[in-house]
Design a protein around this ligand. Structure first.
Ligand SMILES: [Zn+2]
Length: 231
């Protein structure tokens, strides 16, 4: 079952390494099959060099119970499930500790839109979550991590902001597929890197104008987009 999705999710996890977003095993990608009511995710603690599609773990989207696979799923599985349940438009989720995005998360700073590189992919600041309470950390930590991400996205469109920084932790990113979720995670890291450099050059840079932000986002995304080749 879900053999194609297992291949895609396995490849997306390997792409995460290839794109330099993962140190050791600190990252995970999942993908969802909504008609099947199932999520496919990386197993916990398996070295990337040995990872094969047959190692991927299938989890019920509604119950979180493992329905297929011999290995334990990633420890962040409950966070991924919370995101799929809250954001119906997404088909893939990525978590990394990529250095620049993690630095902004640790500083508990939302990443402002300083330029068009940001605006091409995020239609506004990259949100940062609030800090978790002691109670939220003590019980159901991974579920609550998902809940504070959803909370940080209140009133925002996950198709326009494909990632969030979890305070004191790191980035979660998403997209229509697991492959595109990896792309979002890579873009988020680059945006965080550029924002860090911008702050070094000018400690108090101004934000990009709303007009330029919307221009760059909308020419790449949505019904009026015209960037790239017609598919
Ligand atoms: Zn983490």
């Amino acid at each position: 079952m879900l053999e194609d999705l297992k291949k895609l999710v396995c490849q997306a996890n390997l792409d995460l390494v290839q794109q330099g977003l993962v140190f050791k095993t600190w990252g995970n990608v999942s993908g969802v099959d909504r008609p099947a009511g199932a999520m496919v995710i990386k197993p916990s603690g398996v070295p990337y060099s040995e990872m094969k599609p047959r190692h991927m773990v299938v989890v019920s989207l509604s119950t979180g119970i493992v329905t297929e696979g011999d290995l334990r799923p990633s420890s962040d599985t409950p966070t991924h499930l919370e995101l799929y349940r809250a954001f119906q438009a997404i088909g893939g989720v990525v978590h990394t500790h990529s250095p620049y995005a993690t630095a902004w998360a640790q500083a508990i700073r939302s990443i402002p839109p300083f330029g068009t590189t940001h605006a091409d992919h995020f239609r506004g600041p990259v949100p940062v979550t609030r800090v978790m309470t002691d109670e939220e950390i003590a019980a159901d930590y991974e579920i609550n991590t998902g809940k504070i991400i959803v909370e940080a996205m209140t009133g925002l469109d996950p198709r326009e902001l494909p990632g969030v920084l979890v305070a004191d932790h790191g980035p979660f990113a998403w997209g229509p597929t697991s492959e595109l979720a990896v792309e979002s995670a890579a873009v988020l890291e680059q945006i965080a890197y550029l924002a860090s450099l911008t702050r070094q050059v000018e400690p108090y840079p101004g934000f990009i104008s709303r007009e330029l932000l919307d221009k760059h986002f909308l020419r790449k995304h949505g019904p009026g987009s015209y960037y790239g080749q017609r598919s």
